[in-house]
Ligand binder design. Sequence first.
Ligand code: ATP
Ligand code: MG
Length: 168
Amino acid sequence: FFVHLFTLMNVRAEDENVTFQWHIDDSLPPVMKLDDTKFGQIVLNILSNAIKYTPATKNVICQIFYAQEQLVLVVKDEGIGISEEEQQRLFSPYHRTDDAKKFEGTGLGLAITKGLVDLMEGQITVKSHAGSGSTFKISIPVAPPTAQDIADAQAPASDVKLAIKANP
Ligand code: ATP
Ligand code: MG
């Protein structure tokens, strides 16, 4: 699942000549009960923004780890940044900063992302300064797998929905 997403993102980053690094941490449990469609959409929106709003030759770093029963995604870019007053409006539908208007977009990605994060009872935060990059952090509560979850995941006819394998 991650490998697929990151391949997609690598291609996009290469197109834009942005250096894209990702770190999937060993702390991830072997299986997680997680809505992978929702989580995939969240990752896609945040990463595509980071790549879009970062100039060529700069870096985007994406980190995924598991801590305090939360799946955490941190995406750090060296892009155009977002001023403090704009940060509060980012998640409203159709809101786009003036700096962003020379890039294509509808202003819906983050509103949708926030909606999905809320549905998954998670949190999304942003740290940024105008002109000096942004860091988005998303935390989603995910219970640690039980022995039964792991056994179910290995059973071929399991109807348990499996989202992520840490080391595919
Ligand atoms: P789309 O609907 O295609 O995603 P969009 O990227 O403009 O369009 P959002 O993803 O909702 O819309 O982001 C809203 C606004 O937040 C952007 O227009 C931009 O002003 C700002 N923004 C989001 N991510 C970043 C980022 N990584 N760096 C700088 N500005 C950002
Ligand atoms: Mg977007």
